[in-house]
Design a binder for this molecule. Structure first.
Ligand code: GCO
Ligand code: MN
Ligand code: MN
Length: 391
């Protein structure tokens, strides 16, 4: 049996728009035919995925009459049931139609905002109907090229009003739904509001129902900003806010590449999987592992499935490498050496007595700084595990 063959317990998911990507970019037309949602679900099920994610319009065309909508949803439901695939996450497309050229929830025209609300209410209903546990807000058009157009503080107030509104709606309907906010620094707008996961985490604390709202960090987006994705995810986990995660690959200083997971910066990918899987001892992330990525534009349909297989296989290979790394006696020894369990209790929970004991400690900074930390050795071990030279 292939050790890296995924199955449903791995909780791997793909957006309909990811494997469904036809390879269009700002400089060129589609290179692949559009796959139907049913085809996507069937093929992903064969490959061992757990489920799919969707924007409202990945399934139901914008403006479709109710009868048509219901027919499409019923047909989709049947394929899900037949394959045992789940819809893990859903969202509302608030960026494609020209009506959103000035944003959706932050647009200056209140009629545009009203349309975005109307569309999102329907998308939330659809999400719940399909059994999605998480609803993502990715505000790709919530930004500006010229900040002369609106006070950014007003934009934040409008975003807050919108998220609060949908939380209230979900509560009133008794929907078992959580919301996840996805940050991106730019693209398609010149600057997008709430540019990073850190911005989002603070914004959530200003909402009326912060407990219902978490984040959906994406590798590419944090990397575009030149930041450590591992740190962003760690902060979200530590705050109990990692509701969902968008896995892909990206090089710094580029457009949003959305590449196959693990295809760039394998070391960051390794450290990310190590964090999500909790192999170093922290709590494991238990939600779906979503690949928000697409195949190279060079690929035909076979290449798309190769891409999907690759995302899942690389995740599992990295998880296996991370487990081996963290079980290694030398690695454990190097990490343990850094700790002094006897001293730890003094360093949290202020009491006057602890402050007194701290003052009395004989600590010589010159002596402390003379000690090498062996992080070169530790990182070299990481590289050797990553390359499979050590196991
Ligand atoms: C991007 C975004 C999108 C969102 C998706 C869900 O690549 O710019 O990540 O793919 O994740 O639209 O809302
Ligand atoms: Mn994403
Ligand atoms: Mn992206």
């Amino acid at each position: 049996m292939d050790h890296y063959q995924p199955d449903k317990t791995d909780l791997f998911t793909f957006g309909l728009w990811t494997v469904g990507n036809v390879g269009r970019d700002p400089f060129g037309e589609a290179v692949r035919r559009r796959l139907t949602p049913s085809e996507i679900v069937q093929k992903l099920a064969q490959l061992g995925a757990y489920g799919v994610n969707l924007h409202d319009n990945d399934l139901v065309p914008i403006g479709a009459p109710l009868k048509e909508r219901d027919r499409i949803v019923a047909e989709f439901r049947a394929v899900l049931d037949e394959t045992g695939m789940k819809v893990a996450m859903a969202s509302s497309n608030l960026f494609f139609h020209p009506v959103f050229k000035d944003g959706a929830f932050t647009a200056n025209d209140p009629k545009v905002r009203a349309f975005a609300f109307q569309k999102t209410l329907a998308a939330i209903d659809l999400a719940v109907e399909l059994g999605a546990a998480t609803f993502v807000f990715w505000g790709g058009r919530e930004g500006a090229e010229t900040d002369a157009c609106r006070d950014p503080r007003e934009a934040l107030k409008r975003l807050r009003a919108a998220v609060d509104f949908f939380c209230e709606y979900a509560l009133e309907q008794r929907y078992p739904l959580r919301f996840a906010l996805e940050a991106k620094p730019n693209e398609p707008r010149g600057d997008i509001y709430l540019a990073t996961t850190g911005h989002m985490l603070h914004f959530i604390e200003t909402l009326a129902h912060p407990e219902m709202v978490g984040v959906n960090p994406e590798v590419a987006h944090e990397t575009m900003a030149g930041l450590s994705f591992v740190h962003a995810v760690a902060q979200a986990m530590e705050a109990g806010k990692l509701f969902h995660v968008d896995l892909n690959a990206q090089r710094i200083g580029r457009f949003d590449q959305d590449l196959r997971f693990g295809s760039e910066d394998l070391k960051q990918a390794f450290l990310l999987v190590r964090l999500l899987e909790g192999t170093a001892g922290g709590e494991r992330y238990s939600g779906p592992r979503h690949f928000d990525a697409h195949a190279y534009r060079t690929e035909d349909e076979a290449g798309v499935w190769e891409f999907a297989r690759g995302c899942m296989r690389t995740y599992k290979m990295l998880a296996e490498r991370a487990r081996a790394f963290d079980a290694d006696p030398e690695v454990r020894g190097l990490l343990a050496e850094q700790l002094d369990p006897a001293l730890e209790p003094l360093l949290s929970g202020y009491t006057r007595e602890k402050a007194g004991r701290l003052r009395a400690l004989a600590l010589d900074p010159d002596e402390l700084s003379a000690r090498g930390l062996c992080y070169e050795r530790l990182d070299q071990l990481l590289v050797e595990f990553l390359l499979g030279v050590r196991s």
